[in-house]
Ligand binder design. Structure first.
Ligand SMILES: [Zn+2]
Length: 499
C-alpha cells in the first residue's frame, strides 16, 4: 500500500525547481518517494491525501543543537558565551543526570522539533561532567520512540575547561585551579573506543534513521590526537564529525595567544579536517580560513539566533556562498536561542545579513536560506543522499501546510511566506520515513500529555539542582568576566561583529 499526495503546491528543493513552488503529485512506498510529477500511479487501496490548498515541503534539518539545554529554556539572558557556559554547562559540583531525566529531556526536545516541522536533528549531546553509555542509549531510545531522524553524539571535552580560555587562571583561587585540573578526563583512545562501541550499538538503528556522530567539542577543548582520531574515525564510518569552531572573539584570541595561528590553520595542521567535518558556528574565520574550509569540503552550521543571543558575532554568509561552502542552519540549544523551531532561525538568517552590507546583491535570498534549512543541513549531516529534498529515491520526510490559514493569506510567494510569514500554526502533518508523526500539530507517536506531565512533576527537583549549580559556579563569574574583558583588548585577524 502506498501513500499518494495528489496535486499539491510543492517546494521540492531539488536541483531543477529548487525553492520555486510547483504543482506536483507524490507517490510514497515503504517510506521512500517512488514517483513525483504532474501525475503519479494510484492503485486501489492506496491512501490519497488531497493536495488542494496544501503546501508540501521537505522536512527541516536542524544542523546544530544540544538537547541537554532543553531543561534550561528561558533561564539566562545577556551573557556572552564564556559566561553563559558557566551556568548552562557548569564545571563545578555536577553529578551525572539520571537516565530517566535524559530520556524525558530528549522526548521533550524531539516533540517540539517535530511539531514545528523539524524532521532531522543533529544533536550534539553534551552531558556534564561526561557522557556515559547508558545516557547515550537513553537519547537514542527517546528518538526511536518519537520517530525523529537524528545524528546523536558523543560530545567530548578532554582538556581542563579553565585551560581552554585565555588569561583566566591568574584570577582564579589556587584550589579551584587545582580542582578543575584534577577532574577526570578521557584519553583520545578511550573516546575512540567508546565511539566504536556506540557505532556498534546505535549507528543506523531504527531502520537507518538514527546515526552516531563524533563530536570533539572544539580545537581548544580537545587534545590534538583526539581531534585527528575522531576525524579519521568519522571518515571510516561515513559519519559526521561535529566541531565548534571560532564561535566567539575570545576563541579567536585563544587561537592567537595559545596556538599562534587561527584555529582553522591549526585543525588543518593536525589533520583534523575532512568532508565529514561540520563546523558549528564558524564565525571568526578569516577569508583565507574559509578557503581552507572550502578546499577540505568542510560544511558549516550557521546559528544566527544563538549567535545574536550570546552576542557572538555573525558568520560571513556571502563569503561562504561565494567560496562554495555548504551551509546548514541550526537552532543551537534551548539555553542560547531558546527554541528548537528552525523556521525562526531561517527567518533570522534571511534578515540579519541585510544590515551587514548596504549592497542588496549580497543579501541572503529566500532560496539560499531554504537550501540551508533543508539540503544544506542534510549534506552537513552526511544525509545528502537520504533527505533534504523531495526526489525519487529519497526517504519521505516531508511537511504538509494548510494554505487556508492567515499566514498564507493572501497567497503571494509561497517560498517567501514559508520563511517570513508562517509561525507554525499552518502545519497540518509531518511525515518521517513516510510515516505520519504529527497530525494537526500534535505528535502521534508518543503520549505527549503524559510526558509533559511527568516533566512538570520532575521540574521542581531539576530546578533545585540547577539553582544549586548556578550558585556554586557563580564564584567563577567575576574571574571569567575579567577574562572576557581582557580578551577584548587583544587583536584578532578579522572583525565578525558585523558579518
Ligand atoms: Zn553548540
Amino acid at each position: 500500500m502506498a501513500l499518494v499526495v495528489d496535486n499539491a503546491d510543492v517546494i521540492t528543493m531539488d536541483a531543477v525547481t529548487g525553492s520555486e513552488p510547483v504543482t506536483r503529485s507524490i507517490r510514497i512506498e515503504d517510506g521512500v518517494i517512488t514517483e513525483i510529477g504532474a501525475t503519479v500511479t494510484v492503485n486501489d487501496g492506496d491512501t490519497v491525501l488531497d493536495g488542494r490548498d496544501r503546501l508540501v515541503t521537505p522536512g527541516l534539518v536542524n544542523a546544530h543543537t544540544h538537547s541537554w539545554e532543553a531543561l534550561y529554556k528561558g533561564r539566562y539572558d545577556n551573557l556572552p558565551l564564556e559566561l553563559w557556559m558557566l551556568y548552562s554547562y557548569p564545571i563545578l559540583g555536577v553529578d551525572p543526570l539520571p537516565e530517566d531525566v535524559v530520556r524525558l529531556r530528549s522526548l521533550l526536545f524531539a516533540i517540539e522539533s517535530l511539531e514545528s516541522g523539524v524532521t532531522t536533528i543533529v544533536d550534539d549531546v553534551l552531558e556534564t561532567p561526561g557522557q556515559s553509555a547508558s545516557q547515550l542509549a537513553a537519547v537514542f531510545d527517546a528518538y526511536e520512540q518519537t520517530g525523529i531522524r537524528a545524528n546523536v553524539s558523543g560530545h567530548v571535552i578532554n582538556r581542563p575547561f579553565i585551560d581552554t580560555l585565555p588569561f583566566v587562571t591568574q584570577w582564579l583561587p589556587d584550589d579551584i585551579v587545582r580542582d578543575v585540573r584534577g577532574q577526570a578526563t578521557v584519553t583520545a583512545e578511550e573516546y575512540l573506543d567508546y565511539s566504536r562501541t556506540a557505532f556498534a550499538a546505535h549507528d543506523r538503528s531504527a531502520g537507518g534513521r538514527l546515526r552516531y556522530m563524533l563530536a570533539p567539542s572544539a580545537p581548544q577543548r580537545c587534545t590534538p590526537d583526539l581531534l585527528a582520531g575522531a576525524t579519521a574515525l568519522a571518515v571510516e564510518y561515513d559519519a559526521e564529525c561535529h566541531v565548534h569552531v571560532l564561535e566567539t572573539r575570545t576563541q579567536a584570541v585563544t587561537a592567537q595567544v595559545d596556538y599562534g595561528r587561527t584555529f582553522v590553520e591549526y585543525l588543518r595542521d593536525i589533520d583534523a579536517l575532512s568532508p565529514n567535518t561540520t563546523f558549528a558556528h564558524g564565525i571568526w574565520l578569516t577569508d583565507s580560513d574559509i578557503d581552507i574550509v572550502a578546499e577540505h569540503g568542510v560544511c558549516v552550521s550557521h546559528n544566527p539566533l544563538s549567535n545574536l543571543k550570546l552576542g557572538s558575532g555573525l558568520a560571513p554568509w556571502r563569503t561562504y556562498h561565494d567560496k562554495g561552502v555548504t551551509l546548514g542552519l541550526g537552532t543551537d540549544g534551548c539555553s542560547s536561542s531558546d527554541t528548537p523551531r528552525l523556521l525562526e532561525v531561517a527567518k533570522s538568517a534571511a534578515l540579519v545579513h541585510k544590515i551587514t552590507d548596504p549592497d542588496p546583491e549580497t543579501w541572503p535570498k529566500v532560496g539560499e536560506v531554504l537550501a540551508a534549512a533543508t539540503t544544506g543541513g542534510a549534506r552537513s549531516a552526511r544525509l545528502g543522499e537520504t533527505v533534504g529534498s523531495l526526489e525519487v529515491g529519497k526517504r519521505a520526510d516531508f511537511l504538509v501546510y494548510d494554505l487556508t490559514t492567515l499566514a498564507f493569506t493572501p497567497r503571494s510567494r509561497l517560498d517567501h511566506q514559508w520563511v517570513y510569514s508562517e509561525n507554525g500554526g499552518s502545519l497540518e502533518y509531518v511525515y518521517v520515513d513516510g510515516r505520519c508523526v504529527v497530525d494537526h500539530g500534535r505528535i502521534t507517536t508518543v503520549d505527549r500529555d503524559g510526558i509533559l506531565r511527568e516533566l512538570r512533576e520532575a521540574m521542581p527537583r531539576i530546578a533545585e539542582w540547577q539553582n544549586k549549580l548556578d550558585e556554586l559556579n557563580g564564584v567563577l563569574h567575576e574571574p571569567f568576566a575579567r577574562m572576557y574583558r581582557e580578551s577584548l583588548t587583544h587583536p584578532v585577524p578579522v572583525n565578525r561583529w558585523a558579518g
